[in-house]
Design a binder for this molecule. Structure first.
Ligand code: SF4
Length: 327
């Protein structure tokens, strides 16, 4: 059924939708000076526009949606967006990536609205290090929220940690202590170059293979990957309740298993996170009668998807920072 397939035989059951570019943190590798609104920019997609977008994509075989930002919980109608998404026929997995600042207050209503998978961006379990990276001393509250999500039985709880040389790349023992009794997946993500972070990237990029070698030597076993799974190589160990994921965009063949498309907060389709162009879909989200035009437009673009990124050539495409497209 899926019309969401490219010329390399890859299928795209997974859509990442940024619902707002704003964020309430100022992470060193992304928005070190905080989010600055562009007064010229159009506002984010409305609830109706989002519903029409998701209807078009599910018509083409998409079934997994990840809500991203900036920080999605900055949008006051986030719960309405979740409820709307969960009601779209064919959409079976509703995930979100958040920095967790409102988790301990809003988790219940998000789960009632249909949320069934959560990724929390938390780059360190060291309180001072966390505050240095994000600009805020909020780690404890976020960890409490994560425990609430586990206690509430949320089917999938994962933590995303960006690896940075000389910042947090020596903290594996601490993560292992946490994973001994926390049933989460901690994913270590290679720091990626974007349009705005070249100097930081040069100072702090470290390949994930170093950490991956360490965990393999400690007996962690690699697991098979599901078709709609994220890009991580997943590991488990019999002595630990939690799992480890390695996301290494600079590794060979990283893009061979690409299974996701992105749409920005203002409705631009991005065939790749590091793509050189966006395709405006918003004009096709103005009435329910446009769903066939939308499907035709999306289908007509898939063939332009490149085989992979060009990060090794220092080409980062049109994204100034990850918040602009939701990573
Ligand atoms: S870099 Fe682009 S092609 Fe590669 S996995 Fe990410 S989105 Fe897919």
């Amino acid at each position: 059924m899926s019309a969401l397939a490219d010329r390399y035989g890859r299928r795209f059951p997974y859509l990442r939708l940024s619902i707002i570019p704003a964020c309430n943190f100022r992470c060193t590798y992304c928005l070190p000076h905080g989010y600055k609104a562009d007064p010229q920019a159009a506002g984010p997609l409305s609830l109706d526009e989002i519903r029409r977008l998701l209807t078009g994509f599910t018509h083409m075989g998409m079934h997994k949606l990840r809500i991203t930002g900036g920080e999605p919980s900055v949008r006051r109608d986030l719960t309405d967006i979740m409820r709307t998404a969960a009601a779209v026929p064919g959409l079976t997995k509703l995930a979100m990536t958040s920095n967790g600042t409102l988790l301990n207050r809003r988790l219940g209503e998000w789960m009632d609205a249909g949320l069934n998978a959560l990724n929390i961006s938390i780059d360190s379990l060291d309180r001072a290090c966390f505050a240095r990276i994000t600009g805020y001393d909020r780690m404890q509250k976020i960890l409490e929220g994560i425990d609430m999500a586990l206690d509430a039985g949320l089917p999938s709880v994962k933590l995303n940690a960006v690896l940075m040389r000389g910042v947090n790349d020596d903290q594996l023992p601490r993560w292992l202590d946490y994973l001994r009794d926390h049933r989460v997946g901690v994913r270590f993500i290679e720091l990626m170059q974007t349009g705005d972070n070249l100097a930081f990237f040069r100072d702090h990029h470290v390949r994930a293979i170093e950490l991956e070698t360490q965990i393999r030597e400690q007996g962690w076993q690699e697991l098979p990957r599901a078709a709609d799974a994220g890009p991580a190589r997943e590991y488990r160990h019999p002595d630990y309740a939690g799992r480890i994921g390695i996301i290494a965009p600079y590794s060979k063949d990283f893009c061979a298993g690409c299974n996701r498309l992105r749409v920005t907060a203002t409705g631009d389709l991005r065939l790749c996170l590091f793509g050189e162009f966006g395709i405006p879909l918003r004009p096709l989200l103005q009435s329910d009668d446009q769903v066939e035009d939308l499907v035709r437009a999306i289908g007509g673009q898939i063939g332009r998807k490149e085989q992979g990124h060009f990060l090794h050539d220092g080409r980062t495409g049109i994204i100034p920072h990850l918040a602009s497209t939701g990573g």
